[in-house]
Design a protein around this ligand. Structure first.
Ligand code: FAD
Length: 475
């Protein structure tokens, strides 16, 4: 029997797993996909929101600001990229300026650092903002993060501290049995004293397996454009539209790797598997983005993607325990990423009320840093290559990633097992060629490292093979 079972390994499940790994308890994480963080936590705007958007008095308001501040320590301990570049919410009319004042009031009441700035200061901070901008809400502590790296790092560190991760185990049944829980998956059956539901858009379904109080989570899709990095100076802060009833609106923002994100849209969809994009929605995204910046070099678009918000009718995060020992994380839509460290602390507090939590003397909050060869000086590179020539073998020319880094990300706890797994951890395939050049090399390395045939290597989930069979007979 496990002390705690966590269902879902997105940013919420992984944060809670890591936070619990500090204590003398056994923790099992069950994830339906072949990798962690493959759903909403890898398809969002990656903004560590500063806390001025949620309505004061909501759980979002309570957890956003403290959560976003905790990221400095989390990212330092886990070697995750975080840049506090600051955010500007742009007003282009009197009506929008009135809304900025509402946000300012929310921000002050939520404890966030915010101020309204006029034309001159705005253009000094962000020269690329639209000429139509009249003023802006400036939030200097807002940040951008690498969300792929974050979930992997959280889970790797949790596993380094004893957490067990079972991938490809979709939870299909949950019942109470003699004071503990029986959890059925597609592969097996487990027992745990406490169950934490972190299943994102599927969290309503998990709740409904065990709770009398039924919950509905509606997926609300957001579509984006991704721009390649380019040498010319461009936007260096996150630029937001004034929010509407549908959410925070479209943004234009750099990413931690010098790409640019433009989006998201916000429309309900019927399916939790609907991750497509469509031309009419993207053209609306584009139109709204041009209200923030007069010139957007759309010729640099290298990809489009979408993510699904887990919308609860309350519009708020819902963290509750409808059955003794069963904890729900429902409706964790934006700012769920930014709030995740505070949500993790809240969860540990709730677990501590059910079972005693005693600290482990040997808990290590630090992850072994990544190599990040591209950031090293020539001397540092030479030294590394002298130790292991694989660090001199470039496999991804767009993002400048070496074989040594790919091998390292496969060999760690919570290591990569697929092409997408490698891409999320060390970036080959994120660049202009979108994997055209590096994918066969990554396949080769995965095959060598995992000891499996090349045509059994998956792109992402089980069965997503790239090579199917020989086309020209036996060699
Ligand atoms: C378009 C968009 C933009 C956003 N932008 C931001 C932003 O800029 N800043 C911010 O703070 N937040 C943002 N968010 C919100 C943020 O991404 C989410 O709050 C966060 O990722 C939710 O994490 P999660 O772990 O709850 O869900 P998920 O990442 O979806 O994880 C849930 C996990 O549960 C697994 N699972 C589901 N069912 C089962 C089952 N039956 N058995 C086992 N496993 C299961 C899934 O496979 C998945 O891995 C955005 C969201 C979207 C969609």
């Amino acid at each position: 029997m496990y002390d705690i079972a966590i269902i879902g390994a997105g940013v919420i499940g992984a944060t809670i797993a890591r936070n619990l790994s500090r204590y003398k308890v056994s923790v099992l994480v069950l994830e339906k996909n072949s990798d962690v963080g493959d759903e909403t936590s890898c398809a969002n705007s990656a903004i560590i929101h500063a806390g001025y958007d949620p309505h004061p008095g909501t759980l979002k308001a309570e957890l956003n600001y403290p959560g976003h501040m905790m990221f400095t320590k989390v990212c330092e301990e886990l070697d995750v990229e975080l840049q506090r570049i600051g955010a500007l919410t742009i007003s282009t009319s009197e009506e929008e300026s009135a809304k900025l004042r509402v946000l300012l009031d929310y921000g002050i009441r939520n404890g966030a650092q915010v101020e309204i700035i006029g034309q001159e200061r705005l253009r000094e901070i962000e020269p690329f903002v639209t000429k139509k901008a009249v003023e802006a809400l400036w939030a200097p502590t807002s940040g951008i993060i690498n969300p792929f790296e974050l979930v992997v790092a959280l889970m790797e560190n949790a596993m380094d501290n004893g957490v067990e991760l079972h991938l490809e185990e979709k939870v299909t049944g949950l019942r109470k049995e003699n004071g503990s829980f029986r959890i059925e998956t597609e592969k097996g059956s487990y027992q745990a004293r406490v169950v934490i539901n972190c299943a994102g858009v599927a969290s309503g379904e998990i709740n409904n397996l065990i709770s009398e109080r039924k919950e509905a989570i509606r997926p609300r899709k957001g579509e984006y454009y991704v721009l390649d990095h380019f040498p010319a100076p461009y936007v260096t802060h996150t630029l937001f539209s004034v929010p509407s009833a549908k959410g925070k609106g479209v943004l234009v923002s750099p990413t931690t790797h010098g790409n640019y994100l433009i989006g998201p849209s916000s429309e309900f969809t019927d399916s939790a598997d609907d991750k497509g994009t469509d031309a009419p929605t993207l053209s609306q995204v584009r139109e709204q983005a041009f209200r923030l910046v007069d010139e957007i070099p759309m010729q640099y678009v290298i990809r489009e993607f979408s993510g699904l918000r887990a919308y609860h009718d309350s519009g708020d995060f819902v963290i509750n325990s409808p059955v003794e020992g069963f904890i729900n994380m429902l409706g964790i839509q934006s700012p769920g990423l930014a709030s995740s460290p505070a949500i993790g602390e809240r969860a540990v507090g709730m677990v501590g009320e059910i079972i005693p939590l005693e600290e482990k003397p040997d808990y290590n909050p630090r992850r072994r840093p990544l190599y990040r060869v591209n950031n090293l000086s020539l001397e540092q590179r030479k030294a590394l290559i002298a130790k292991d020539p694989a660090f001199g073998q470039m496999v991804c020319r767009c993002e400048q990633v070496t074989k040594g880094e790919v091998v390292d990300c496969i060999r760690r706890n919570c290591g990569a097992r697929s092409i997408k797994g490698v891409k999320k951890r060390v970036r080959p395939g994120f660049g202009k060629c979108q994997g055209g050049f590096c994918e066969p090399l990554i396949m080769e390395i995965l095959s060598e490292e995992l000891g499996i045939d090349r045509n059994r290597i998956n792109y992402s989930n089980r069965g997503s093979f790239i090579l199917m069979e020989k086309t020209k007979g036996e060699e």
